[in-house]
Design a protein around this ligand. Structure first.
Ligand SMILES: [Zn+2]
Length: 130
């Protein structure tokens, strides 16, 4: 299985994390949506995201390795990497971007957004994986 995915992440409490080259970032409690793409082995990628113990490689690894962060929903869609950025850009209008997060290899403002509690609008274009 391949495609793009959105991780809905709950941050339980205010958390200060050092996120690789981005430096120290404060995550306020609430829900976040992270947009990613796996053009091979989507299932393996999701499993990796859900594992706490791992070598920290992507920005999202730093957030998800924190005990304060929990993936509460995984959405996916069979689509290519171009659409990953289109989805990220559409989220810019719905949530607050964490500047520079997850977009080292594209021109997006961010691939991580703090969103409101009602994220049903995402289900219009994505399927629930877990
Ligand atoms: Zn992008």
């Amino acid at each position: 299985m391949k495609g793009i995915y959105i991780l809905i992440i709950r941050v339980e409490k205010e958390t200060l994390l050092s996120v690789g080259a981005l430096g120290a970032l404060t995550f306020n409690p609430g829900l976040y949506a992270y947009v990613g793409s796996a053009q091979a082995n989507l299932g393996q990628r999701i499993k990796r995201h859900l594992r706490k113990e791992k070598r920290l490689f992507w920005h999202i690894d730093y957030l998800l390795s924190s005990d304060a962060a929990k993936v509460v929903k995984v959405l996916y869609k069979n689509a290519n990497k171009t659409e990953e950025c289109a989805v990220a850009n559409s989220l810019s209008g719905k949530g607050a971007p964490m500047d520079g997060f997850g977009c080292s290899d594209c021109d997006c403002k961010s691939h991580l957004f703090r969103i409101g509690a009602d994220y049903r609008f995402l289900l219009e274009s994505m399927k629930v994986l877990s």
